[in-house]
Design a protein around this ligand. Structure first.
Ligand code: NDP
Length: 250
């Protein structure tokens, strides 16, 4: 396949660790110009240093995806720094699983804010640019939890079901409106990242840890899929990917 990634400008949210970090490094190695967003400045600085030391091009913006202004600022940074914008990977998220009966309402709302509102803010920030230029790639990380229900994941899964619905309608509407905006929704299974650190319920944390011990795969495997989707020719869209270990029976 020809390298359709070289030269593309790609914003990645949740880029300070896990899937976002692995994707930033892979895309930069393939010649993309990456613009990284997350809250932890020290982590972003370290990743930028690694990418530039290997000859890649990268910029970073400390941002909270729940802020519309922060999303607009990272789009402006991409356009000001690299002169164009080709794609955004809406990947920031958290998964503080717990049974509904535990009533961890602060965490419920936090998941809605980051996993849903964060995606909406990102789309709202890039859409004017993509509509005007009649091209753009919007990728988002849903989850296998957005396809299958499981105890402990009522709110997390709900936020990820939302991402599936929203991205699919966005794809259909963009096609109907002739804006040539392509969407990609990722449904990773168990990926070994910092995500489990967000769980405060002890039983939920223990259950998820043993699942990940058995089935966890590296975030680089998700990055491979992002690179594949981004590298497709502009007349082609592959809109949904599940990504998991070969031994996944669920
Ligand atoms: P990590 O915890 O390693 O990464 C989460 C990223 O999101 C971090 O970079 C974090 O950065 C960022 N983030 C969290 N809150 C905010 C916020 N308010 N504003 C900006 N950035 C934020 O986990 P993963 O890499 O696994 O998670 C990435 C995505 O993948 C998430 O959407 C997750 O739900 C999804 N996913 C993960 C799976 C897994 O098994 N790991 C499976 C399926 C889906 P910082 O703290 O610096 O802001």
């Amino acid at each position: 396949m020809t390298n359709n990634i070289k030269g593309k400008v790609v914003i990645i949210t949740g880029a300070s660790s896990g899937i976002g970090k692995a994707t930033a490094k892979l895309l930069a190695a393939k010649g993309a110009q990456v613009v990284l967003g997350a809250r932890r400045a020290d982590k972003l600085d370290q990743i930028i240093a690694e990418i530039t030391a290997s000859g890649g091009k990268a910029a970073a913006q400390v941002m909270d995806v729940t802020s519309q202004a922060d999303n607009e600022a990272i789009v402006k940074l991409a356009l000001d720094t690299f002169g164009r914008l080709d794609a955004i990977f809406l990947n920031a998220g958290l998964m503080p699983n717990s049974p509904v009966s535990a009533l961890k309402t602060y965490e419920w709302h936090k998941m809605v804010d980051v996993n849903i509102t964060g995606v909406l803010n990102g789309v709202a920030a890039v859409l004017p640019t993509f509509t005007k230029q009649k091209s753009g790639h919007i990728l988002a990380t849903s989850s296998v939890a957005g396809l299958k229900a499981y105890p402990g994941g009522a709110v997390y899964g709900g936020t990820k079901w939302f991402v599936r619905e929203f991205m699919e309608v966005l794809r259909m509407e963009s096609a109907a409106e002739g804006t040539n905006i392509r969407t990609v929704t990722l449904y990773p299974a168990a990926i070994n990242t910092e995500l489990l650190d967000t769980i405060t319920d002890e039983d939920a944390a223990e259950g998820m840890q043993s699942l990940y011990d058995q089935y966890g795969i590296a975030p680089e495997r998700v990055a491979d899929v992002v690179a594949y989707a981004l590298g497709l020719p502009t007349d082609t869209t592959v809109s949904e990917f599940t990504i998991g270990p070969a031994n996944q029976p669920w």
